[in-house]
Write a protein of this length. Structure first.
Length: 280
């Protein structure tokens, strides 16, 4: 194990037994250290942190995540995004981090979060999202100079065979439509079937979004628990409007007229132009 010291407090380099390289530097009595697989990779990491002060923060990792969620996510992101991030944190990240200080969290701790999730047979998608949440939180901590490096870099996700998508059979669809036939959502279900819209996109759909001339649907909003907002991809996209879809829209309009729905006759609600409103 070789060690090389640099002048003027620039730190020291060490060659570890496993072949990796390690850099140490003392700043105001605090130790800063970085490891990498190659000298080139180590130099790039040092460039990012060298000269930055180390904040003598005793904040715990769990406390930082709670602060990050409340300060950087909740006011700036959709409610659904915040709820998803918070759930991943509480369910998978917090139990592994425990009461450890933020500055003491290392790459193997991040990998442990993923490993524990893998033992629970969670999907690749869920593990990738947990990694994303950790990367975002630690990136902000790095920006705020609470840590010297982001430990989420190069975290591996186990490869799993994608589960086959489950679709309804013809007989199952018949049962579904039999049960919805006498409900006000019958035409909504049928419209979903022939258009492939998401639930939130359907509930936010307006009559002005239907381009009868070009036989297409303009999808640019989604309605969820957090209210009406952008679609999942935050992009406008177009869905073909088939003859069946047009028929179902006509039947939906007839139903709204028949039930004297406020969305058609209430001045304020009428401005919203919603195709699939609730009964009230």
């Amino acid at each position: 194990m070789g060690k090389t010291r640099n002048p003027n407090g620039m730190g020291s380099f060490t060659k570890l037994k496993d072949g990796r390289c390690k850099w140490k530097q003392m700043i105001d009595g605090e130790l800063r250290q970085i490891t990498a697989r190659t000298p080139t990779e180590l130099k790039e990491k040092i460039k990012q942190v060298q000269g930055l002060p180390i904040t003598k923060s005793k904040i715990k990792a769990v406390e930082w995540f709670e602060k990050w969620l409340g300060t950087y996510v909740k006011p700036l992101k959709k409610k659904a995004t915040y709820d998803q991030y918070e759930s991943l944190f509480l369910t998978h990240i917090k139990p592994v981090f425990g009461s450890r200080k933020l500055s003491n969290i290392k790459r193997y701790d991040i990998q442990e979060v993923i490993s524990v999730m893998n033992t629970k047979n969670l999907s690749t998608w869920t593990m990738k999202h947990a990694r994303k949440v950790m990367r975002l939180a630690f990136s902000k901590a790095l920006e705020d100079k609470l840590i010297a490096e982001n430990p989420v870099d190069k975290i591996e996700i186990p490869k799993k065979q994608a589960k086959p998508r489950k679709t309804l059979t013809t007989s199952e669809l018949k049962i579904l439509f039999q049960h919805t036939k006498n409900t006000r959502w019958h035409w909504a279900f049928k419209f979903l079937l022939v258009t492939g819209l998401r639930r939130g996109e359907l509930l936010a759909l307006k009559w002005s979004d239907i381009d009868f001339e070009n036989k297409r649907i303009i999808v640019d909003e989604s309605n969820s628990a957090g209210g009406v907002g952008d679609t999942k991809s935050s992009k406008v996209h177009y869905v073909p409007l088939s003859g069946l879809a047009i028929e179902y829209l006509k039947n939906q309009k007839d139903m709204l007229i028949k039930e004297n729905n406020p969305a058609l006759y209430n001045t304020e609600l009428n401005k919203q132009d919603i195709i699939f409103p609730s009964q009230n």
